[in-house]
Write a protein that binds this ligand. Structure first.
Ligand code: PT1
Length: 290
């Protein structure tokens, strides 16, 4: 069994032998230009992102995931220049103002490189370093990477997801990607795995992956779980995106029981409570609050 009690994220270290909560900070405004100048709108957006991150850290998040490209089903692509403009100022401000690990949610090699220079501690790529130059760029940062399974691409992935066996298929995909990481010098102590909930999967695929997450433990790598506010909750409960908290917390409780290490969520405070309570149940005792 691998020991994750002092997992390195660049200059910072985290105890992944206890489940950790990653707070989501999206920097994907519908429009920067609604009133005022573009410059003022961007600054306001950066301020908002930093304040959200500050609250999440106060609520117990130990990682903040910053993303400038929406990857939810049907989302359109964003230009490299736009992604850099959205993400880098937020990375810079959070690094200066908060004591937290910064994760950058990107598939763009240039964003990985520049964010690492500004102090990011984790590269989170839903395309599993599949873009041209991404493997090499990620390797050069020496940072850990989260590699996620996706079937298809965000524009079309929900059209007709199909698997021989979703657990086997996701496992085989991740195994291939791990090999490619090793080939460029990204070692096991720098690889985090993610089954990619909602990325080219039916609700049944997602439920099966969550209920069998433990099977991905065979890689002896940390597991990241991202189910927060996703449509799989709507498919079970018929809830709009702002009414999915309880459903999401149920996925976190099961994710903890199944051995998940990092939970990527919008609702940090509630998730930290569920993680702690679930741990107490599993260990049949109170655990330290750190
Ligand atoms: C994720 C994830 C991510 N999810 C990682 N990064 C998103 N490592 C962005 C829906 O069905 O799970 N792991 N970065 C957001 N993507 C989605 C996908 C959002 C599906 C919503 C849905 O509603």
């Amino acid at each position: 069994m691998a020991d994750f009690s002092a997992y390195r994220f660049g200059s910072r270290t985290l105890n992944l032998s206890r489940p950790q909560v990653m707070g989501i900070v999206n920097v994907t405004p519908d429009s920067f230009s609604d009133g005022g100048t573009l410059y003022e709108a961007r600054k306001l957006c950066v301020d908002q992102a930093v304040e959200r991150a500050r609250q999440m850290v106060a609520d117990g998040a130990t990682i903040i995931d910053i993303g400038g490209e929406s990857t939810r089903p049907g989302a359109a692509a964003v230009s490299l220049a736009e992604e850099l403009d959205r993400v880098l100022p937020v990375v810079e401000r959070i690094q200066a103002e908060l004591d937290v690990i910064i994760s950058v949610d990107t598939s763009a090699p240039e964003v990985m490189t520049e964010a690492a220079k500004l102090g990011a501690g984790l590269i989170n790529d839903v395309r599993a370093l599949g873009r041209e130059g991404a493997l090499e760029a990620a390797a050069a940062t020496r940072l850990p990477v989260c590699i996620m399974h996706m079937q298809g691409n965000p524009l079309s992935m929900q059209d007709a997801p199909a698997y021989a066996d979703v657990i086997d298929d996701v496992g085989h995909f991740l195994q291939q990607r791990i090999k490619q990481c090793h080939a460029v010098g990204i070692n096991n102590d720098q690889i985090i795995l993610d089954p990619g909930f909602g990325f080219g999967k039916t609700v049944e695929h997602n439920l099966r992956l969550l209920n069998n997450l433990r099977q991905l433990q065979r890689f002896n790598l940390p597991l990241l779980v991202g189910t927060s506010r996703k449509s799989m909750i709507d498919h079970v409960l018929k809830r709009s995106v702002d009414q999915r908290l309880a459903g999401g917390l149920a996925t976190v409780a099961i994710g903890v029981q199944q051995g998940g290490h990092i939970f990527r969520v919008h609702d940090v405070k509630e998730t930290v409570d569920v993680v702690r309570m679930t741990e107490a149940i599993l260990h049949e005792r109170r655990l330290d609050n750190d």
